[in-house]
Design a protein around this ligand. Structure first.
Ligand code: CUA
Length: 335
């Protein structure tokens, strides 16, 4: 792993105000490179701009002191000559040096961003309007809106889209990357420490683009392996009659047309238009990192998803109270 410059994070460490989506609070080497690049470009362009402003102000004030304020109808001061040299230096040569320096550091950091180490894990992430399908190829694990990765090791993400162009962004871990239908792009990242890192779609993809969020959960490697093992399992049989009734309601309400529960509903020939629910109860959030995954929010989401996320593809559902109760009991058992 590359060494990091402590000054890159110092201004924000001092401030001690953590933001879950600040690219200037990097939590991995790629994001640290981007934060450093930000400070370099700010310095390379900002310091000369400041000098130019100070010099221009000083010259203006000096001219005023010499000639007094400009008066209407007064003839313009006679040219003093010798200006071309300054125009050539300050207007031509210096901007060239500034642009060359900015290009140089950008190319240097760009080369580091693409030179990824051997990834320990590969995760396929597929953008949908307006949620994220997450597949662990080879492990037989499919989930949604939460990307679990082992901490401290390189992870390869293969990104694509099922409908329109989305953009994958976890600000504290990596730069943005477009997700284009019919095209797979790779993005590597490392989460140095275990934690939950907020992600967001960054390409206008429709009415609920702003609420197309996700969480990247970095676990210690042993815990990640245990998580994969639990997710690999198909759904268990309903443990009691109420859960059994809940599974019937799931069928009767046609939830299986869009949602797969492995061991209950087979994956459709066209893939899954809605999130895989096999281990729904193990997730932290609902609706693309929009709502906490609790019984009350789950009930509201099932009955009126449009109230929480206008434009969502999931239609509202009408259920008798007893059926809703059974369905919630069943879904809460899908751990
Ligand atoms: Cu998906 Cu914006």
């Amino acid at each position: 792993m590359r060494t990091r410059a402590p000054w890159a994070v110092a201004p924000f460490a001092l401030g001690a105000c953590e933001s879950p989506t600040s690219a200037l609070e990097p939590a991995g080497p790629y994001a640290t490179d981007l934060a450093e690049l930000f400070y370099w470009l700010t310095a390379i362009t900002g310091v000369p701009a400041l000098i130019y402003i100070v010099v221009a102000l000083a010259l203006t004030l000096r001219a005023r002191a010499r000639h007094g304020p400009p008066r209407a109808g007064a003839p313009p001061p006679a040219p003093q000559g010798g200006g071309m040299r300054w125009i050539a230096i300050a207007g031509g040569l210096l901007p060239l040096v500034i642009v060359a320096a900015a290009l140089g550091v950008t190319l240097q950091y760009g080369a580091r961003a693409s030179g990824a180490a051997d990834p320990a894990v590969t995760v396929d992430v597929i953008g949908h309007q307006f949620w994220w399908e997450v597949v662990y190829p080879g492990a037989g694990v499919v989930t949604a809106n939460e990307i679990h990765v082992p901490s401290g090791v390189p992870v390869r993400l293969r990104l694509t889209s099922a409908d329109v162009i989305h953009s994958f962004w976890v600000p504290r871990l990596q730069g943005k990357r477009d997700m284009t239908p019919g095209h797979v792009t790779e993005l590597h990242l490392v989460a140095e420490r275990p934690g939950v890192y907020r992600g967001q779609c960054y390409e206008l993809c429709g009415v609920q683009h702003a609420l197309m969020g996700f969480e990247l959960v970095a676990l210690p490697p042993a815990e990640f392996e245990a998580w994969i093992e639990r997710q690999r399992a198909a759904s268990a049989e309903p443990p009691d009659p109420l859960a059994e009734r809940g599974r019937e309601v799931f069928d009767e309400a046609a939830c299986g047309h869009c949602h797969v529960i492995r061991g209950v509903t087979p994956p459709g020939a066209m893939g899954s238009p809605g999130p895989d629910l096999t281990h729904l109860a193990s997730r932290r959030t609902l609706g693309g990192a929009l709502l906490p995954n609790t019984r009350g929010w789950l009930a509201g989401w099932i009955l009126r998803p449009d109230d929480h996320k206008p434009g969502v593809r999931m239609p509202p559902t009408t259920l008798a109270p007893a059926d809703l109760h059974a369905l919630l009991h069943y879904l809460e058992g899908l751990e």
